[in-house]
Design a protein around this ligand. Structure first.
Ligand code: 13P
Ligand code: SF4
Length: 327
């Protein structure tokens, strides 16, 4: 097939992302996009993509997109035989836990997360010994072993609800110290934190927020709750990636900054051409391991399959399902 034919056939897809991908770059993506769409049919596969995926993945090949909470919820409803998780490893593990009978693939097994790497199952057992009877709320950005040792999971989208749903005066919240502190500021529940940090969000500073306001008068600043509390305090709003996206859709700010991973503003801006996105951003090196060629290869070779020991998966799933049951 000639390159020009591929370009013609993928032109409607390019139209979706033309505001964020220069035309000259599209030929680099077109062939993989077309191959992935065909492979999805051939393999009976769906692609679940996190909001931090680059626009050609997010808008052109993904079937389901969203924040960690949405991906966990949607993973349970998938009909297809195969799930390709375009995101990091803990997300693929969660999808596997909720779909033990399906094949779950991650295009790069090295796509980790500094939060998930900050704590082990043995650490969680030590915390339980140190604070007997105190429930352990674990952020989904954690390994299956850590989830298995926990009482309930949370995401940045439901952390406050989850903490308050337990009806106790004190909880342990692992492993994100800043998320724990940001939630503690909104509740009477006492929160014992762990010192894990997201390497992307911990780099934002209050001075940077003040400089953004000085340079862009009237700008609305939205921060992810993995940012340090002094950054969240300087922002106009804090919420998960889905919450930030919903805020932009609802409030239609003239000019906005999303204090989060780089691809987020690109992906949201596609739906809001009238909003001016100021784009300081920190790149997540783990999320950026997932590329179109790796997704294509993943479907061609059915790699890398994510597996979890069934007994461990049962225990970890309980924590995720308890979270999903919180209304
Ligand atoms: P959410 O999309 O759930 O807000 O999480 C952000 C994140 O850092 C995922 O790795
Ligand atoms: Fe982990 Fe932060 Fe990257 Fe999300 S953005 S995967 S929390 S390192």
């Amino acid at each position: 097939m000639s390159a020009s034919t591929v370009l013609e056939r993928t032109a409607p897809l390019y139209d979706k992302v033309r505001s964020v991908i220069p035309r000259i770059e599209w030929p680099v993506f077109a062939d993989d996009v077309e191959a992935i769409l065909a492979l999805k049919k051939q393999r009976d596969a769906v692609i679940l993509a996190h909001n931090y995926m680059t626009p050609e993945i997010f808008h052109c090949v993904a079937d389901i997109v969203g924040d960690s909470l949405a991906l966990a919820r949607e993973a349970m409803k998938v009909d297809a035989k195969v799930i390709v998780l375009a995101g990091v490893h803990f997300m693929a593990e969660t999808a596997k836990m909720l779909n033990p009978g399906k094949t779950v693939l991650i295009p790069d097994v090295e796509a980790g997360c500094s939060l998930a790497a900050s704590i082990t199952a043995a650490d969680v057992r030590l915390m339980r010994q140190r604070y007997p009877g105190v429930p352990i709320v674990t952020y989904v950005n954690s390994t299956a072993d850590v989830k298995a040792e926990s009482d309930i999971c949370c995401t940045s989208g439901n952390a406050l609800k989850v903490v308050e749903s337990l009806g106790v005066p004190q909880v342990i919240m692992l492993p994100d110290e800043f998320l724990a502190q940001n939630i503690a500021a909104q509740t009477k529940v006492k929160i014992i934190a762990w010192a894990g940090h997201c390497e992307v969000h911990e780099r934002f500073t209050p001075a940077e927020v003040r400089a953004l306001r000085a340079d862009h008068p009237g700008v609305i600043i939205l921060a992810h709750p993995e940012c340090p509390p002094d950054v969240v305090a300087e922002a106009d709003y804090a919420g998960s990636t889905a919450d930030m996206s919903a805020y932009v859709g609802r409030e239609k700010p003239k000019r906005v900054v999303l204090l989060t991973e780089c691809s987020m503003a690109d992906n949201v801006s596609v739906h809001h051409p009238d909003v001016d996105f100021v784009r300081p951003c920190n790149l997540c090196p783990h999320m950026k391991r997932i590329t179109l060629p790796k997704i294509r290869r993943s479907l061609e070779t059915m790699t890398h399959e994510v597996t979890i020991d069934p007994a461990l998966a049962d225990r970890a799933r309980r924590s995720v399902e308890r979270m999903l049951a919180v209304k």
